[in-house]
Design a protein around this ligand. Structure first.
Ligand SMILES: NC(=O)c1ccc[n+]([C@@H]2O[C@H](COP(=O)([O-])OP(=O)(O)OC[C@H]3O[C@@H](n4cnc5c(N)ncnc54)[C@H](OP(=O)(O)O)[C@@H]3O)[C@@H](O)[C@H]2O)c1
Length: 255
C-alpha cells in the first residue's frame, strides 16, 4: 500500500468498507475515513438510514457509496464483495447487544448476538481477506471488539463472549494473513454513548459505571479517530494482531 502517513488525506486513492455504517460508530468511522481521502462504502441492513448518512457525508465532499448488506448472510456477503471490487481497508464494525441477566438470556438472544458479532464478522473478514489476497496488494482489517471482550459486565454474557471471540479471531487472522501483507488488528472501545447503550447510561447503574471509569467520562466518537486512522494507515505498518483499548482507562480500573 502506498499511502503517505501524516498527510491530511493520508488515505487518498484507497477504498474502505465500513459495516454497520447506518448509525453510531460505523457512521462516524465512514466520515473519518472519508475525510482522510478514502472512497468509503457504507454497509448495513437499513438502506434508508444509510442513504441519509451518505447524503450528509456527500454534503461534506466525502466520496461514499452505500450497500445494503446483512453480514450474517454468507451468500450476500460474497455477492457484495464481487459487486464492490477490491477494497484496501475493512472496518468490521457491525454489532449488536441483547441485555439481560445470564439466567434470563434466551436461546434466541444468544443466536442473534453470536450470529452478528462473531459469525458475521468472520464472514466479512474472510471475504475481504480472500479478495485482498487475490488482488495481491495487501490491506488492513480493523475488527471492532470491546473492552467487554477482556473484562466482564453484568447482563451482557453473549455480547462479552462474542467480543472475546472477536479478539481471538483478530489474532488468528493476523497470524495466517501476514504473509499476504494483510494486517488484522482490533479496536476495543470502552463505553461510548450510542443507540446501542444510550438508555442504560441514563439509569443510576449507568451513572455509577461512568464514575468507575478512571477518566470519569464516557468516550466520545472522536476519541476513536486517532486509533482508527493509525490502524487504517501505514502508520501501523508493523502492527498486526494488536488489540487497542480506547476506554479512558476502564480496563485498568481499580479492583
Ligand atoms: N457504543 C459503545 O459504547 C461500544 C463500545 C464497544 C464496542 N462497540 C461496538 O461498536 C460497534 C458499533 O456499535 P454502535 O455502538 O455504533 O451501535 P449501533 O449504533 O447500534 O450500530 C450497530 C450497527 O450494526 C449494524 N448491524 C447490526 N446487525 C447487522 C447485520 N446483521 N448486518 C449488517 N449490519 C448490522 C446496524 O445497522 P442495521 O441495523 O442498519 O443493519 C448498525 O449500523 C459494535 O460492534 C459494538 O459492539 C460499541
Amino acid at each position: 500500500m502506498n499511502y503517505m502517513t501524516g498527510s491530511v488525506r493520508q488515505l487518498a486513492g484507497l477504498k474502505a468498507l465500513v459495516t454497520g455504517a447506518s448509525s453510531g460508530l460505523g457512521a462516524h468511522f465512514a466520515e473519518v475515513l472519508g475525510k482522510a481521502g478514502a472512497h468509503v462504502v457504507m454497509a448495513a441492513r437499513r438502506r434508508t438510514l444509510l442513504e441519509e448518512q451518505a447524503w450528509y457525508l456527500r454534503g461534506k465532499a466525502i466520496d461514499v457509496e452505500v450497500v445494503e448488506l446483512d453480514v450474517t448472510d454468507g451468500k450476500a456477503v460474497e455477492a457484495a464483495f464481487v459487486a464492490l471490487g477490491p477494497i484496501d481497508i475493512l472496518v468490521n464494525n457491525a454489532g449488536m447487544v441483547r441485555s439481560a441477566s445470564a439466567l434470563k438470556q434466551t436461546e434466541a438472544d444468544w443466536d442473534a448476538v453470536i450470529d452478528v458479532n462473531l459469525k458475521g464478522m468472520f464472514l466479512v473478514a474472510q471475504a475481504a481477506a480472500r479478495q485482498m489476497r487475490a488482488v495481491g496488494k495487501g490491506g488492513t482489517i480493523i475488527n471492532v471488539a470491546s473492552i467487554l471482550g477482556v473484562r466482564q459486565g453484568k447482563g451482557v454474557l453473549p455480547y462479552a463472549v462474542s467480543k472475546a471471540g472477536v479478539i481471538q479471531m483478530t489474532k488468528a487472522l493476523a497470524l495466517e494473513l501476514a504473509r499476504h501483507a494483510i494486517r488484522v488488528n482490533a479496536l476495543a472501545p470502552g463505553y461510548l454513548s450510542t443507540d446501542l447503550n444510550r438508555e442504560f447510561f441514563e439509569t443510576e447503574a449507568g451513572r455509577e459505571m461512568i464514575r468507575r471509569i478512571p477518566q470519569r467520562r464516557l468516550g466520545e466518537l472522536g476519541d476513536l479517530d486517532g486509533p482508527l486512522l493509525l490502524l487504517a494507515s501505514d502508520a501501523s505498518a508493523y502492527m498486526t494482531g494488536s488489540v487497542i483499548a480506547v476506554d479512558g482507562g476502564h480496563l485498568v480500573s481499580d479492583l
